[in-house]
Design a protein around this ligand. Structure first.
Ligand code: NAD
Ligand code: TYD
Length: 353
């Protein structure tokens, strides 16, 4: 048996592939365009393992996808491929529309054509799992209840709007063509292999190199953080037991303000790798201009996933953030290799000097 992953050289996709290979004998065909966010080093530990077939390619390339699908005949596809960074979507939304909307549409078309060639039994057991985000629901007020699956979609950034569009396309392919789809909407992830343009890895690396820790606005925006391997376990469970056509929220029941997140990782760094001058890392915290249209609060109600499928996150924020900080301390080579010219160019553009 074989599954396909798309975007499996990115942050969550690579964690998923590594976990999958550790828990299953099934082959993974991993299609990734290797944009700035894709990194084969994330998959170095499975180098040479014949169960992992890496193909550099675009999910929107219908010819390539048709060839791969008919060659490997997967029983499932997990679609991680996307442009994923809100700040980049503000600077340049076009790539987000291209991959997240047009790319997902092309992928759905390729999969629909392939699915039509399967036997009735294979058709029934086939799955297309679309990995999405809680950001499609928009922003919550301080006392609003957490997002449930029936919340109205109110995306506010080009990123979340493009993900919302892709979710709608996936839904339509189920209702119109009967394609056996599942969608997960997850909160903010953190953990190993997280590209350091996102808040947590950016602040860990900036702290260690004596740079400012940039907090947008007042730092009181709230996110619901989930350790990445808990997201992966939720996806595996939904893939195996989720009800067709359904969406499942995934979250850690862990709302924190950005300022609290950064203060927490500073305290862990103070303990694990104290500054030479003995001062706390939190002294590097710097308030900078807010992100335009910045969503104030996200919170996930994961009751459906817990009740229907029995999922629970294994990590708390305290255990997960400690593991994450340790991982970055222990993977200096990985860090050096991703913080190259293109990364420096992005940091210069976003934060100035
Ligand atoms: P990422 O940016 O780290 O990785 C994306 C991967 O997709 C990269 O390897 C990139 O090379 C690849 N890719 C981009 N365009 C492609 C294309 N056209 N064809 C093939 N591959 C392409 O993203 P991530 O944080 O790992 O997120 C993965 C998925 O999970 C995304 O769909 C994202 O919307 C969703 N998600 C992310 C989070 C989060 O906190 N990071 C939370 C919820 C949902
Ligand atoms: P991010 O990691 O970009 O994820 P998302 O925007 O998808 O939630 O940002 C997490 C939060 O941290 C978000 O509220 C924006 C904020 N943030 C900062 O305050 N400073 C930064 O330098 C970055 C990258 C993010």
């Amino acid at each position: 048996m074989t599954i396909f992953t798309t975007g499996g050289a990115g942050f969550i996709g690579s964690n998923f592939v590594l976990d999958w290979m550790a828990e299953s004998d099934e082959t993974v065909v991993n299609v990734d365009k290797l944009t700035y966010a894709g990194n084969l080093e994330n998959l170095a530990s499975i180098d040479g393992d014949a169960r992992h077939v890496f193909v550099q390619g675009d999910i929107g390339d219908a010819k390539l996808m048709a060839t791969l699908l008919s060659e490997y005949k997967p029983r499932a596809i997990v679609n991680f491929a996307a442009e994923s960074h809100v700040d980049r979507s503000i600077h340049g939304p076009a790539d987000f529309i291209q991959t997240n909307v047009v790319g997902t549409f092309n992928l759905l078309e390729s999969v629909r054509t392939y699915w039509a060639t399967l036997s009735d039994t294979e058709k029934l057991s086939f799955r297309f799992l679309h990995v999405s985000t809680d950001e499609v629901y928009g922003s919550l007020g301080k006392n609003d209840p957490a997002f449930v699956e029936t919340n109205r979609y109110e995306p506010n950034s080009p990123y979340s709007a493009s993900k919302a569009s892709s979710d709608h396309l996936v839904r339509a392919y189920h209702h119109t063509y009967g394609l056996p789809v599942l969608t997960t909407n997850c909160s903010n992830n953190y953990g190993p292999f997280h590209f350091p343009e996102k808040l947590i890895p950016l602040c860990i690396l900036n702290a260690l190199s004596g740079k400012p820790l940039p907090i947008y606005g007042d730092g009181q925006q709230i996110r619901d953080w989930l350790y990445v391997t808990d997201h992966c376990s939720a996806i595996r469970l939904v893939l195996e037991s989720g009800r067709l056509g359904e969406t499942y929220n995934v979250g850690g029941w862990n709302e924190m303000s950005n300022l609290d997140v950064v203060n927490t990782l500073c305290l862990i760094l103070d303990e694990l790798k104290p500054r030479i001058d003995g001062k706390p890392y939190a002294t590097q915290i710097t308030f900078v201009k807010d992100r335009p249209g910045h969503d104030r609060r996200y919170a996930i109600d994961a009751t459906k996933l817990e009740k229907e499928l029995g999922w629970k996150p294994a990590e708390t924020f305290e255990t997960g953030i400690r593991k994450t900080v340790l991982w970055y301390l222990e993977h200096q080579n990985w860090v050096e290799n991703v913080t190259t010219g293109a990364y420096k160019h992005w940091v210069g553009k976003q934060y100035g000097n």
